[in-house]
Write a protein that binds this ligand. Structure first.
Ligand code: SAM
Length: 244
């Protein structure tokens, strides 16, 4: 349950450097010497909690991380974060990131990808500040078929407002599912939301993230094996309107 989930009270309190050690920056500690690394006398206390970059791409309910590991080498200068509620699945992705980092030590690839155990339906603004993200992926979310379970879906008017908050103007939400009813639900909730506009399908053809999303997630591969159909819809958060 959520009681065992750790999450920061606000994004600035998160120890991002533990997730992306290659991007850690030194930070002079004034008020928290207990957290400082061991130091020579006279040296300044230094902590390494922060990173030189902020997470920009989030995969919500990332599962086993296929999308993240496919995108990471394509965006080597961007931090990608998977959020996953299942402990064992989160650990699998963290292990895989560690292994890929070790295997690619000479090129430095995969240092930019990490996974966090979190309930993204509850704590998203605890992790990201307003306008931080450029891309949010919602790939094959659990369908929750029955009407009384619809409130458990990760797309809703309320949650879309949270996605809009953490997404920068011009940022994109990518959705894919093999469940047509869920696809229609997501399209309806995003198009009816004042902070999103649907991106025409023609425009998606030139977006490599869309083709990666269609082929690289574990769930997407399963759908391909079973000959199922995939429904894609992407939504842009428009630029903030100029003040009148
Ligand atoms: N996106 C992956 C893919 O396409 O292969 C996984 C899809 S799987 C059907 C849905 C995933 O979302 C599961 O791994 C589940 O544990 C996770 N999930 C469900 N609710 C969540 C929540 N509130 N916060 C984070 N992850 C969640």
């Amino acid at each position: 349950s959520d009681h065992s989930l750790e999450y920061p009270a606000e994004p600035g309190l998160m120890y991002w450097a533990s997730l992306y050690p290659a991007f850690a920056v030194d930070e002079e500690m004034k008020d928290a010497p207990a957290q400082a690394e061991e130091q020579e006398q006279g040296e300044k206390a230094v902590a390494r909690r922060k990173t030189s970059k902020q997470v920009e791409i989030a995969d919500i309910g990332c599962g086993f991380g296929g999308l993240l590991f496919a995108l990471a080498p394509r965006f080597p200068d961007t931090l990608l974060l998977g959020m996953e509620i299942r402990t064992s699945v989160t650990e699998f992705v963290q292990e895989k990131a560690r292994a890929l980092r070790n295997q690619n030590a000479s090129s430095g690839l995969y240092q930019n990808v990490a996974c966090l155990r979190a309930n993204s339906m509850k704590f998203l603004p605890n992790f990201f500040v307003k306008g931080q993200l450029s891309k949010i992926f919602l790939c094959f979310p659990d369908p929750h078929f029955k009407a009384r379970k619809h409130k458990a879906r990760i797309v809703s008017t309320t949650l879309n407002s949270e996605y809009a908050y953490v997404l920068r103007p011009g940022g994109i939400v990518y959705t894919i599912t093999d469940v047509e009813d869920l696809h229609n639900w997501m399209v309806e909730h995003f198009t009816n939301h004042p902070s999103f506009e649907r991106i025409p399908d023609e425009e998606l053809e030139s977006d490599e993230c869309v083709s990666v999303m269609m082929t690289e997630t574990e769930e997407g591969k399963k759908v391909t094996r079973n000959g199922g159909k995939k429904f894609v819809a992407c939504f842009r958060r428009p630029e903030d309107p100029p003040w009148p």
